[in-house]
Design a protein around this ligand. Structure first.
Ligand code: NAD
Length: 297
């Protein structure tokens, strides 16, 4: 079945990026956000990203044409009649669960229900709804419009048809797909990536090397485009912390235990680029201006 209409639930970093990619690919998108201010900020970011991509010749459609395909909404109950729903709310099982229960009620019975969770098994998010066969994981990475890949995860109850539809949708956005056939917490990306982020913070806690040098080590030594602290500032320290907490809770594995230093930074509201201070400091224009001092204890 050809999908035309997509609902994206959550208008934060991932939600607006996924909405943008779907609209660029020609889908009619409805973006749900908690309030008007969040939606306005999301549309502003989409507009500026599309303008840059269009100016560089990476996408054919200008801003107006892409924005014309994105409607916005603050009432989830109104998000009916779509083919694909993609949930991108905060990394908390209780909240995702609640969103999925609402979607199962308001979405057509034939719709695909996807979660962009970083770490939580899809079967847990879909638990308790009466149609778990149509639920999949669809895990994009940030910044969504620039990253060329996403992982698609099948839970035990996911039907072959739902899995195939999810694969086809991600490919229709021009992205490569990593197929994940087991609903393990953290899937492939974060199962591998998060322990290295934990280790980077532990090295910092030990005083073994600086933020700048650890980032440089991973960029120049391993060819990564960004180091772990630069990436964490873009992703959001709170989002990284929630992902680790959830992975640690799901697995009990010490390698995923969130470091105390990360918790302190999140408690202090040092969340990365979005607050102007994370591992690095940023000015109003979003340019990096220095390295943030570490909390005293
Ligand atoms: N940031 C990344 O790089 C990244 C990458 C891959 C996956 N993810 C995952 O995507 C999801 C969203 O991450 P993000 O970076 O976009 O976060 P974000 O903080 O930018 O956005 C979170 C969204 O959740 C909504 N929200 C907050 N509390 C809510 C509630 N009680 N009920 C309903 N909605 C609520 C917010 O309004 C916002 O729309 C998380 O599951 C995260 O783990 C994030």
């Amino acid at each position: 079945m050809q999908a035309h209409k997509v609902v994206v639930v959550g208008a934060g970093l991932m939600g607006h990026g996924i909405a943008q990619c779907a609209a660029q690919a020609g889908y009619q998108v409805r973006l749900w956000g908690m309030n008007r201010a969040e939606l306005e900020s999301a549309l502003q970011k989409i507009s500026s990203s599309v303008a840059k991509l269009h100016a560089k010749g990476k996408i054919a459609d200008p801003v107006d044409a892409v924005l014309a395909r994105i409607a916005h909404e603050t009432e989830l109950d109104q998000c009916t009649r779509a083919d694909i729903y993609i949930e991108t709310v905060v990394e908390r099982l209780d909240i995702k669960h609640q969103v999925f229960r609402t979607l199962a009620r308001v979405a057509p019975a034939s719709a695909l229900l996807a979660s962009n969770t970083s770490t939580i098994p899809i079967g847990r998010i879909a638990a308790g709804i009466d149609s778990p066969q149509r639920c999949v994981g669809m895990h994009f990475t940030s910044p969504v419009p620039l990253m060329p890949v996403a992982e698609v995860i099948r839970a035990q109850a996911t039907s072959d048809e739902a899995f195939e539809r999810a694969l086809a949708f991600v490919r229709s956005l021009g992205k490569e797909v990593i197929q994940v056939h087991k609903d393990v917490p953290g899937f492939v990306f974060n199962r591998i990536n998060l322990p290295s982020n934990v280790e980077a913070i532990r090295l910092l806690e030990m005083g073994a090397a600086s933020v700048v040098d650890i980032d440089k080590a991973m960029r120049l030594g391993f060819g990564r485009p960004m180091g772990p602290f630069e990436t964490a500032d873009m992703v959001g320290l709170d989002t990284g912390y929630n992902a680790l907490s959830s992975l640690f809770a799901e697995t009990g594995d010490e390698k995923f235990r969130p470091p105390l230093l990360l918790r302190r930074k999140v408690q202090a509201g040092e969340l990365g680029r979005k607050t102007g201070r994370g591992w690095y400091l940023y000015n109003q224009a979003g340019e990096r201006t220095g390295v943030a001092e570490l909390p005293k204890e």
